[in-house]
Ligand binder design. Sequence first.
Ligand SMILES: Cc1cc2nc3c(=O)[nH]c(=O)nc-3n(C[C@H](O)[C@H](O)[C@H](O)COP(=O)(O)OP(=O)(O)OC[C@H]3O[C@@H](n4cnc5c(N)ncnc54)[C@H](O)[C@@H]3O)c2cc1C
Length: 487
Amino acid sequence: MTRPFRVAVVGAGPAGIYAGNILRTRAGEAGIEVQIDLFESLPSPYGLIRYGVAPDHPRIKGIVTSLHDMLADGAVRLLGNVEIGADITVDELQELYHAVVFATGAQVDRHFDLPGLEKHGSFGAADFVSWYDGHPDVPREWPLNARQIAVLGNGNVALDVARVLAKHPVDLLTTDIPENVYAGLAASPVTDVHVFGRRGPHDIKFTPIELRELGEVPGVDIVLYDEDFENGSTAVGGADKGAGGRAGAGEAAANGARRAVGNQAKVMARILQSWRERESTDAPRRLHLHFWHRPVEILGDGDGDGEGAGRVTAIRFERTEPDGAGGIRGTGEFVDYGVQAVYRAIGYRGTPVRDVPFDEAAGVIPNDGGRVLDENGAAVPRLYATGWIKRGPVGLIGHTKGDAAETVEKLLEDHASLSAAERPDEDAVIAFLRSRGVRFTTWDGWLALDEHERALGEEFPGMQRERIKVVSRDEQVAISNREVVAR
Ligand SMILES: Cc1cc2nc3c(=O)[nH]c(=O)nc-3n(C[C@H](O)[C@H](O)[C@H](O)COP(=O)(O)OP(=O)(O)OC[C@H]3O[C@@H](n4cnc5c(N)ncnc54)[C@H](O)[C@@H]3O)c2cc1C
């Protein structure tokens, strides 16, 4: 009798769900009986689609529908509220499964070395995003008391953060934002949100759809500055050359799919140009886009760390210009902007899972096409990686699919040697989690929570709120666990 090939996938974001689904299909085609468990540290699935994608992007959240379908028949079994490396160790997991695929993504802000970063009013984008998306593990309150705000970064996350900060909260009322988030945003006195990029308008890493929607936010004027467009090689009209031709290969790769290329750059150049020609509507809020500004220091009214750090009062930049070799250099001209809050949206970073190799510099699990490597570069038997923890936090949801296909291919190449070992059946892990007192959630539990959240949305008739998220972890688990554990 052949034994089923038992695989644990860690992380129920898009990468983990695609990996589980592709594995199930490819194994079926190869005549391999496979049992797949999908572990997730949160009580609910979908990773950054639920806790990263902005609430006013319901179209993107629609991807959830296809991910839902991949889990609906239970062939990939969801076990939520289980943190691998804490509730169950990787060694223990390996005793229960023939192979483990890590799809643990990226949850925290990349480190940024900027004097004054410790001041009150200086925030990482990842924390703010987690707050407005109702992540259970961040505080419910967010200090929104700044009238002028700086957002550092020229990628889509910077745009998300700037848009959510600038938007009139009533325009977010049709989304799934939790009540505490709406209340926080409704109390914000903000009038001006300034987005700063170190490079020129041709080097933005936004995507055209995200850029365009910024100009459609009701009651918010977009402000651009002529001097940012005057710099010869930096003119918006040079977008094609800039985006396509100037970056070195390494830099282009690092910027990944979010870098504007070819037609995309032309479209964005046209959008920026149309905003430059637009008349102000004297809107109560303004969103400023600045280019050629390198942050130098966050200024404040205190000195030292902790309570003594003081509050943000301004941010200092050095103006930059092209260095003629594809990079930028400082001009020696410094400029201060009076702001009371600074948000840095300079990239996410993966975090290590205990007992799994980790590349601290790159913030990823070192791997070769998905096979996890040890510090000597040798493949670690039974361990694989996919998604943002495999290749770094760049690229859109769709990119995690190709990634998962590559990892699954490697896993199936190794199937014969991996599956030679004895592994207990699929009930063993359930018994194990219960013996540890882990309050795990299941797919049926998610269906219960999903239904509950949708019902909360229906309490606002006429507003077409698809759902209102339940924030608290305990509450999510309690609602989920009204369902019995079933398979
Ligand atoms: C702010 C923001 C906005 C974005 N907006 C868009 C957008 O509009 N459109 C788009 O296409 N892409 C967008 N993206 C990119 C998209 O979110 C990513 O491409 C995608 O989510 C990466 O998928 P992943 O599965 O690798 O990681 P994640 O989505 O991060 O999923 C990883 C999962 O693993 C879980 N996990 C981590 N550690 C453990 C552990 N030890 N045990 C168990 N589980 C664990 C996490 O809880 C999480 O659920 C955005 C990203 C960010 C940060």
